[in-house]
Design a protein around this ligand. Structure first.
Ligand code: ZN
Length: 181
């Protein structure tokens, strides 16, 4: 999902133009021709978890676009004022209604084509009961051989799940940095 270009100045509402600012900057920015505010656009963080219970992993079936009806790990855009860990925990509560203890950061995935960085923490589930929110059709645990690999909503989720099960097999969880280009 590419972000839409900025159309109007956040300060005064005038239609912006994309051009090189006058300060020697080498990238085109949305510049307001009226008040000369420069609007910088930077990558957004998506934060989530790999919630697990013994040898199974929790997936959520999406009740929202994009990828309605596909399976995902609980994840969403980080909010201002929260840490990455707090955001990952919040999304896991909102989307799955899960009870868990947050563990180490597991994967960091750069997705420069959409201007996003995705971060997934491992989360040890303390209950097999889930109470999914309105963004989720169904939340359930999957063994590795039950994972619907062709029905996974996002590459970032697929790559994280593949590494999670590989690490689980090897008996040691590592931190993974992945560039999706
Ligand atoms: Zn302006």
């Amino acid at each position: 999902m590419h972000r839409k270009p900025i159309r109007h100045c956040r300060e005064c509402g005038t239609a912006v133009v994309y051009r090189l600012p006058d300060d020697g900057d080498t990238k085109e920015r949305a510049v307001c021709p009226s008040c000369v505010t420069i609007h910088y656009e930077n990558p957004l963080n998506v934060v989530g978890t790999v919630p697990y219970f013994d040898d199974r992993v929790l997936l959520c079936k999406r009740n929202i676009e994009p990828r309605w009806g596909k399976w995902t790990l609980p994840a969403g855009f980080m909010e201002l004022g929260e840490t990455t860990a707090a955001g990952a925990a919040r999304e896991t509560v909102e989307e799955a209604g899960a009870q868990f203890e947050l563990e180490d950061l597991f994967s960091l995935i750069n997705v420069p084509v959409v201007g996003q960085v995705h971060l997934f923490y491992r989360a040890r589930l303390t209950s097999e009961q889930f109470d999914p929110g309105s963004e989720t059709l169904e939340a359930r645990l999957f063994h590795e051989d039950e994972i619907p690999w062709d029905e996974i909503a996002f590459q970032t989720v697929k790559q994280t799940l593949q590494r999670y099960f590989a690490d689980r097999q090897s008996g040691q969880f590592r931190f993974h940095t992945i560039d999706l280009v």
